[in-house]
Write a protein that binds this ligand. Structure first.
Ligand SMILES: Nc1ncnc2c1ncn2[C@@H]1O[C@H](COP(=O)(O)OP(=O)(O)OP(=O)(O)O)[C@@H](O)[C@H]1O
Ligand SMILES: [Mg+2]
Length: 409
């Protein structure tokens, strides 16, 4: 209570027109009158004192009116000691409290300050200097504490925001390193094929039959194609991350495009004796499409249907024209996808728990989703383990020329 003992010679009566509103909660009427007199003597216009004799009445008053300070007696009929401080601090955290104690309550007073009261005054020692200075200091200290708390809260907010940013950066970094390790791993296999084929063709050319040479060249072509496709995917993943990813429309014979794609993929499917059955239901309208996006969408979905089917299965690819949209439905009767994986399938690198040794990177569907979104369409996946998977992609017919989201070439 060091401040309370300092004289008030430097204190000038406040010239502000608005008096400081104080609520005195004190059951002793004599004490209350004494405090009122002291404040009045200092300056009748500087303080406006309201008096309540019970804590509950004081609380009610505080709920109705604005005050700048509470003078609180610690021995009230309806509340004793620190309980009163605790209740007031909890309910009115921004109001400074000065507690009034008896001479033998020193320990209690210190504890009250620890609990949030700004100061304490020993009743019998109260005089004009002590009271006025204590009130003014308590108000100033509370203001400083509020500013400090606000600054602290702002700092905490900034820390939280920075932490989120850092986490995001960390996630991106993690994503990048995963991407790098995955692609370096995936490039290794076709590069090894290229190296061994060229080595054989270069060093053992004399002993190789024509048939074997044709086979090796085929292997070379297929490995190179694999690498080009992988490179395409890397670029696409990069693109989908940036804002530059957009739809580039050109006129396209959609049915022919699908037939050619099926033919291309049938070559792969043949290895598992899988038959891709393509069916265009009705007349397919001539509209504009982004060929590259379509290739990524349908290529990945058909490749999945083939990859996750058993030997001898069938893959059904339906093209269903509707008034404003085109529906592409790809169905297989393969291993299916466990329910718990459904929600993560479009996230990069996620592979379902039942893939076993079937190779894959977990990027295909993420790319498909981005391409579908770029084409302003939607994608739906229905799948049951050991029953099969149906993926339905719905794309709008984008031949409306004035669509700002798409570019017509
Ligand atoms: N038709 C399907 N049948 C069963 N599971 C599928 C099918 N399509 C996708 N999945 C599951 O979804 C996962 C994600 O598919 P996605 O195409 O993204 O990756 P991937 O096929 O593993 O690898 P890649 O990037 O080479 O395509 C697959 O790993 C597989 O678990
Ligand atoms: Mg795939």
């Amino acid at each position: 209570m060091s401040e309370s003992s300092v004289g008030v010679s430097s204190l000038q009566p406040n010239t502000q027109p608005k008096p400081i509103k104080i609520l005195l909660i004190e059951d002793d009427v004599v004490e209350a009158r004494l405090i009122r007199e002291i404040l009045k003597n200092f300056n009748p216009n500087q303080f406006c004192l309201t008096h309540e004799k019970r804590l509950q009445w004081g609380v009610n008053r505080l709920r109705q009116e604005q005050f700048e300070l509470i003078l609180l007696d610690l021995t009230l009929p309806d509340s004793q000691g620190l309980a009163s401080v605790e209740l007031l601090v909890k309910n009115f955290p921004h109001l400074p409290i000065v507690v009034l104690t008896n001479t033998n309550d020193n320990q209690l007073a210190v504890e009250a300050v620890r609990q949030g009261a700004q100061d304490y005054l020993v009743k019998r020692t109260i005089n004009i200097d002590v009271l006025v200075r204590s009130i003014q200091y308590a108000i100033e200290r509370q203001k400083a504490a509020d500013i400090l708390r606000e600054t602290n809260e702002n700092l905490m907010k900034q820390i939280r925001e920075k932490t989120t940013e850092l986490m995001k950066a960390k996630e991106i970094n993690h994503f990048k390193s995963e991407l790098v390790s995955m692609f370096s791993h995936d490039f290794r296999s076709p590069i090894t094929t290229v190296l061994s084929c060229t080595e054989l063709l270069q060093n053992r050319s004399d002993c190789l039959s024509e048939e074997k040479k044709v086979y090796l060249f085929q292997m070379l072509r297929s490995a190179s194609k694999n690498m080009v496709q992988l490179l395409d995917e890397v670029l696409l993943v990069g693109k989908t991350d940036s804002d530059t990813f957009q739809c580039n429309l050109t006129p396209l014979d959609l049915e022919l495009f699908c037939l050619e794609l099926v033919e291309e993929l049938q070559f792969n499917a043949d290895k598992k004796q899988i038959q891709i059955v393509f069916n265009a239901q009705g007349k397919i309208p001539q509209t504009d499409w982004d060929k590259s996006l379509l290739r990524h969408i349908l290529g990945n979905l058909l490749a999945n249907a083939i990859k996750y089917s058993s030997e001898g299965d069938r893959v059904q690819f339906d093209l269903i024209p509707q008034e404003q949209v085109m529906i592409f439905r790809i169905q297989d009767w393969g291993i299916g996808i466990p329910l718990k994986d459904h929600q993560y399938l479009f996230e990069p690198f996620h592979r379902a728990s039942n893939v076993g040794r079937i190779p894959g990177t977990g990027l295909g569907l993420a790319i498909v989703k981005s391409c579908v979104e770029a084409h302003q369409g939607s994608i739906k996946l229905d799948s049951q383990v050991n029953i099969g998977t149906t993926v339905t992609v719905t794309l709008p017919l984008l031949f409306v020329v004035d669509n700002p989201a798409v570019k017509h070439s």
